[in-house]
Design a protein around this ligand. Structure first.
Ligand code: AMP
Ligand code: ZN
Length: 476
């Protein structure tokens, strides 16, 4: 069962490789770089976790026990991914006139809620970086004698002390000058802070004592420490967005090598999802005016439509976020839900899994998580009249386990998310629609149009003659 050999793209070797657990007795251990919690996660960030959820679902589907860590970066990430700027948490606290700890608590909660809305399974651990500072100091103290040097601004890692620094990023030139702002006293442009001292005369909201003075840990150090503490080095798979391939993961690898006094990167596979982009390029929090999951829901879009949109593209391809793409995903989801509800109306008890469809699903996702290839197989299954409704629904559960679309439970009512701007309740919308239907029966078109206009003013678009029998939708 589920026997197709799993191949995954490994950014370290830049090739597809057969995946086998490093230590089957420990199950599969996965670490995913988590969000920096100084503002709402945007849809691009969430694409990264739809990807890791697909990965973890496929690993489970393949029969592996899984330990999955997604950390929460609540200190240490500077406004520049390189080694300059201000801590994002401190900057947000200053701008919003709030406490950095409150900001982190608030946005970590938003993140957890967004994951649940996207039917992303809870990872085994979600550590906060601030809870690991003691262990970060111990890790830094251990590697410092051979690999670090202290300057006025902090403790820096000497990138020349490990073999093959920057291998992950491709060419060493890519990660050198130009991308990294100069810091007074650094030996090489690629060297990076693992402990940043609070400048004399300043205090930070988040700071700790260390052998190198009061200050805060570097962002790269955090991930090396949380992954080694919770999973043990080396572990199976490390994930992140493709931006992490150039600096953050390069530096994690350097620290891991220093820690083990060996050439091992610390993870067997390094996997990176590509960006969600809009017409102006990569979505990012710093651009402002960004799209969040809550904003989509407020416009009447069910969160799983966004999940489906992500699954429609391979995780290593760029995906464009546009009203058209989102609308197409929502229509596709509606069609699936209506088809499933039609099948459910015809089933009795039981049903058995249609093996050929399971095998095709298995082959698709075993091929580097090829979800765009799995989705048409799902359409075919649901439309296959040679199978009983029972068998189709039973097989659907297998697709749900891997794709996380929850089609077994999702109902038409749940999909009809009322736009936040709508001044009418769902019951009032239904009432207006019934009135309008009657007006049309009575051939009172003036009244029918007036009701349609009233609904439109409330953000609800009436859909006459919709092939899916959908009587209204939110105006996107
Ligand atoms: P951050 O909160 O900025 O640390 O990012 C959290 C995760 O989202 C990281 O894995 C990033 O690489 C990823 N990420 C950031 N922007 C995008 C984007 N536009 N598309 C896909 N992933 C992204
Ligand atoms: Zn990380």
């Amino acid at each position: 069962m589920n026997a197709a050999p799993l191949t995954l793209y490994n950014s370290i070797t830049r090739s597809l490789e057969r995946f086998e657990p490093l230590d089957p007795a420990k199950g599969v251990r996965v670490y995913s770089c988590g969000p920096t919690v100084y503002s709402d996660p945007h849809l691009g960030n969430l694409r990264a976790y739809v990807f890791t959820d697909t990965l973890s679902r496929v690993l489970t589907w393949k029969g592996n026990a899984l330990t999955h860590v997604i950390n929460i970066t609540d200190v240490g990430h500077l406004t520049s991914d390189a080694d300059a700027g201000e801590d994002k948490m401190e900057a947000a606290a200053r701008k919003q006139g709030l406490n950095a700890w409150d900001i982190s608590r608030h946005y970590a909660d938003v993140f957890r809620r967004n994951l649940a809305d996207l039917n992303i399974r809870k990872p085994t651990h979600m550590p906060l970086a601030t809870e690991y500072v003691e262990r970060m100091i111990a890790f830094a103290a251990e590697i410092a004698p051979k690999h670090c040097y202290e300057i006025e601004s902090g403790l820096y890692f000497d990138s020349r002390t490990v073999p093959d620094y920057g291998r992950l990023a491709g060419s060493q030139g890519d990660i050198g000058e130009g991308r990294i702002d100069p810091v007074e006293g650094k030996r090489h442009p690629q060297d990076f802070a693992i402990w940043r001292k609070t400048p004399v005369g300043e205090t930070r909201q988040m700071e700790w004592d260390s052998p190198w003075g009061r200050g805060a840990p570097g962002w790269h150090l955090e991930c090396s420490v949380m992954s080694s503490e919770l999973l043990g080095l080396p572990f199976d798979i490390h994930t992140g967005g493709i931006d992490h391939r150039e600096i953050h993961h390069v530096n994690e690898i350097a620290q891991n090598q220093a820690h083990c006094s060996c050439a091992d990167s610390g993870a067997h596979f390094w996997m990176h999802n590509n960006f969600l982009v809009d017409r102006d390029g990569k979505m990012s929090k710093s651009k402002g005016g960004i799209a969040t999951l809550d904003a989509l829901v407020a416009r009447g879009v069910h969160p799983l439509a966004y999940r489906l949109m992500c699954l429609s593209a391979h995780y290593r391809s760029e995906l464009e976020f546009s009203p058209d793409n989102l609308g197409a995903a929502l229509t596709r989801l509606k069609r699936l839900v209506m088809t499933v509800s039609g099948l459910k109306a015809r089933i009795g008890d039981g049903g058995s899994v249609a093996g050929a469809y399971r095998a095709r699903l298995d082959e698709a996702v075993a091929d580097d998580l090829n979800t765009p290839r799995a989705l048409p197989v799902l359409d075919e299954l649901l439309a296959d009249k040679k199978l009983s409704a029972e068998d189709r629904i039973a097989t659907l559960a297998e697709f749900d386990a891997v794709l996380g679309l929850d089609l077994t439970n999702l109902t038409r009512e749940a999909l009809r998310v009322r736009p936040a701007e709508a001044t009418l309740t769902a019951a009032e919308i239904d009432l207006r629609l019934a009135d309008r239907k009657q007006a049309r029966v009575d051939k009172d078109f003036a009244r029918s149009d007036a009701i349609r206009d009233e609904l439109a003013a409330s953000g609800v678009e009436v859909m006459d003659g919709d092939p899916l029998g959908w009587d209204w939708k939110a105006a996107l």
